[in-house]
Design a protein around this ligand. Sequence first.
Ligand SMILES: *Cc1c(COP(=O)(O)O)cnc(C)c1O
Length: 366
Amino acid sequence: MTVPFLSLKDVTDKYSNEIHEAALRVIDSGWYLQGKENEQFEADYSKYIGTKYTVGCANGLDALIWIFRAYIELGVMQPGDEVIVPANTYIATILAITENGLVPVLVEPSINTLQIDDSLIEEKITAKTKAICIVHLYGQCAYTDEIGQLCKKYGLKLIEDNAQAHGCIFNGKKTGSLGDAAGHSFYPGKNLGALGDAGAVTTNDEELANAIRSLANYGSSKKYVFRYTGRNSRLDEIQAAILDVKLKHLDEDVAIRKSVAKRYIEEIKNPKVTLPKIIDWNQHVFHLFPIICYNRDELQKYLTEKGIGTNIHYPIPPHKQECYKEWNGINLPVTEKIHNTELSIPMSPCLTDEQIQYVIDSVNEW
Ligand SMILES: *Cc1c(COP(=O)(O)O)cnc(C)c1O
């Protein structure tokens, strides 16, 4: 038996009739950008997330870049200001901050939740801090009431990187609606994935939404009139149509992810492996199923030999990357430990019972 880490073909095949229909509708319409499909998806996504506005854009990195850029354009932030961010995130979160001349202040995660350790945030706040950017990493909610209170106390913007957590719920509210603005990625492998690149910003802030819509359209809100030096970062109509189909099935797919996770958590029993700790089943949508294991590379090799696909999220933390040489000497032991011991085992809404059982048995045998 083989178990791919993630088969995008299976993910697409599951809803292929509806996806084909949506794609053909756009192809035959003769209208490919900034049309009805964007409008419909943005309205449906706003309703799903629970915000007033969704602004579609080209990808998740751009969504985050636009949030910070719009705050700069609106005078809320200026280059040199600091943004608090978890040190163990995917690099895109950090790139969005540095791209805008802002300074990321890296905070260690908790080894239990793998999310930003909220008890370490307050000591990092300075006169230059303008925002806390949380990342719902692996699909687990990173928001806590403590983080919300810190933002209020110090007048900070709360920005969510919701690239991995579509459908995640904190106290009845979806992630992506918990802060001032959220960046979403619809990269094909994400829980809500397009068939190519796509992203969006959600917010209740009308001014921010308008600025982002202009920035992602050359800086223009009126044809041939340019308010900002923007870029072309729009969401294609064909992707918006496909996303609207997949959005209708998102909760169904998340429920399957949770049932896979439940089996892994109940049935993987290997003292060499630490499983994710679930604080609340609403607060995790299992974009990934990260396990912690000291002989991670050995386990990965073993599973590869058994035909089971795995991945490491992520092998090198942002502060150890060549592009951020100035931080290479920083000591972030918890972050480094996670990067040295994390292994993601297969997780998708398309795994069969036999495949799930095979993964469980293989990890237990090791
Ligand atoms: C995927 C991802 C992004 C970037 O999204 P793209 O659409 O690939 O640009 C940003 N942050 C996190 C945490 C991600 O996982």
